[in-house]
Design a protein. Structure first.
Length: 117
């Protein structure tokens, strides 16, 4: 990866867990970061079951299997820049919140989906 390190994806309660992220996902995210031309700060990557429960994640969250990340995006322009880049690299699952953009490419879930938090 050119723009990220594995520790950026660690579950806060499990040091080193960022290495469990899926390579396919990380390569796509790295390419989206390149296309965007802006830094992607990762709010959440890999999650342990306990951490996922603490933050209110769904029981089948893609964060649990290394297929997802939440990217900090606190302005409408930054959300647009991030989402535009994610779509260019063929991400098909995007969630939009006021302060972050969730992205995943979990093969067990429905594609071509966007939702709001």
């Amino acid at each position: 990866m050119k723009y990220f390190t594995y520790d950026e994806f660690d579950s806060p309660d499990v040091p080193g867990s960022g290495h469990q992220m899926r390579d396919e996902f990380l390569l796509m995210l790295d390419e989206a970061r390149h296309i965007s031309g802006v830094p992607f700060r990762i709010n959440s990557g890999m999650r342990s079951y306990e951490w996922n429960r603490r933050v209110g994640g769904s029981e089948n969250s893609s964060h649990l299997t290394g297929w997802a990340a939440d990217i900090s995006a606190t302005s409408s322009n930054r959300r647009w820049v991030v989402i535009h880049a994610l779509l260019q690299v063929q991400f098909t699952r995007i969630g939009v919140a006021d302060t972050f953009v969730h992205v995943d490419c979990d093969p067990t879930k429905v594609e071509n989906t966007m939702w709001l938090y």
